[in-house]
Write a protein that binds this ligand. Structure first.
Ligand code: NAD
Ligand code: UGA
Length: 351
């Protein structure tokens, strides 16, 4: 198969590219505006890389889509701080620009694998009805669970809303024009190259990288609103394994939405910090390493006005198990150990 991988230079894209090149079954074109993570994963491997901004030359983008059998679309702003600080940019890239790609696939009858998000589920029904989601675990099911977002003034939801609208448009093109698509809803993947740490590059990355930064550089480990909300973490290699099955099984996956996640790996963010500190002390600590403070900060202080958190998101992964025979292999400690090891090794190598 000829595969066009848009956003191949990002966290998921670089790890997926590495695996696809290793398998050697498909011809891959990796497209992005940056390639550092690709260079880190693929080393010297021969890579067909196209440096291209999808907001640019539409004709070239269309030609690229036509030249491939499958388009995998990972391009997005995928960092919660941006949903608050740059909501219009998030909407334009994650919906408007991505819609163009979907429409090229409709026009030229190409299969599309679209990366959406578990954030489309929004908040839990428990929270919506004023109950504590800590007491009501409700796994999210792809084709059943209602999608509940917060009020407009909490513009964090623009990301989830843009992704949800794109899912609805793909579904509609499937019905009206026979578009062949699969939609993936990732539930908090982590692993090597997830983000740059704040001490390595300015910006506000995802929670793992903030906590890792604290462990390596001594910056505060900040629990936003006390870290009471939950996430369920999946190791990137497990996630990539599921994505590869989706790529290789077009018939089983046509017009299907897949949760990719690991319900067993659920923790509160406060527990996540405690586990990371424990693993660091046990496996990696060396004399002279800093001991970060763990502090609580308000979400407004951390992200600015307009943030509202997802309280709990437990994936139901029955569909991936039934249709693809997939199940994640790494438990939480193993996910954290392998991811932390990558960053510790990089840090020590720099001296
Ligand atoms: P990422 O930010 O690491 O990767 C996105 C990539 O898109 C980057 O390499 C970036 O350079 C590229 N990109 C951005 N704008 C571009 C443009 N205009 N033209 C070309 N390339 C551009 O994010 P990720 O974690 O790898 O996520 C990939 C996808 O999966 C996103 O759609 C995201 O919303 C979704 N997702 C990821 C997670 C997760 O756990 N990582 C969770 C939910 C959803
Ligand atoms: C995650 C990913 O980070 C996004 O890239 C992705 O788009 C999104 O999932 C998704 O599923 O689509 P989220 O889990 O909310 O989003 O983002 P994180 O930044 O990793 O935050 C997780 C939790 O940790 C949140 O409760 C946040 O408030 C908290 N947090 C974050 C802290 O307590 N401290 C920090 O330093 C950073």
């Amino acid at each position: 198969m000829k595969i066009l991988l848009l956003g191949a230079g990002g966290f998921i894209g670089a790890n997926l590219t590495e695996r696809l090149l290793r398998d050697g079954k498909h011809d891959i074109t990796a497209l992005d505006i940056e390639r550092d993570k690709l260079d880190d994963t693929t080393g010297g491997a021969k890579l067909n890389y196209v440096e291209f901004d999808i907001r640019g030359d539409e004709k070239k983008l269309e030609e690229l889509a036509v030249a491939h059998d499958v388009v995998i679309d990972l391009v997005a702003r995928a960092n919660p701080s941006l949903y608050v600080s740059n909501p219009i940019d998030v909407f334009k890239l994650n919906f408007t620009e991505n819609l163009k790609i979907a429409e090229f696939c409709v026009k030229h009858k190409r299969r599309i694998i679209q990366f959406s998000t578990c954030e489309v589920y929004g908040i839990t029904a428990a929270r919506a009805f004023g109950k504590s989601s800590a007491e009501f675990p409700q796994p999210f099911i792809e084709d059943e669970t209602p999608l509940i977002m917060g009020p407009i003034k909490n513009h964090r939801w623009i990301y989830a809303c843009a992704k949800q609208l794109l899912e609805r448009v793909l579904h509609a093109y499937g019905i009206e024009e026979g578009l062949e698509y699969s939609i993936i809803r990732p539930f908090n993947f982590i692993g090597p190259r997830i983000d740059y740490l704040p001490s390595e590059q300015t910006g506000n990355p995802r929670v793992f990288s903030h906590f890792m930064n604290g462990l390596l550089y001594g910056t505060d480990i900040k629990l936003v609103d006390g870290g009471v909300n939950f996430r369920a973490y999946t190791y990137i290699d497990d996630a990539v394994d599921c994505i590869v099955r989706i790529i290789d099984r077009p018939d089983a996956c046509n017009r299907e939405i897949f949760n990719i996640g690991t319900p067993e790996n659920e923790v509160t963010i406060k527990e996540l910090a405690a586990r990371m500190i424990q693993i660091f002390d046990r496996e990696f600590r060396q004399p002279g390493d800093p001991r970060p403070r763990v502090v609580s900060v308000s979400s407004e202080e951390f992200y600015g006005k307009g943030y509202e958190d997802c309280d709990r998101r437990i994936p139901n992964v029955d569909k991936a198990r039934k249709l693809l025979g997939w199940k994640s292999e790494h438990d939480l400690d193993s996910v954290l150990f392998h991811t932390m090891k990558y960053f510790v090794d990089k840090h020590r190598a720099r001296g």
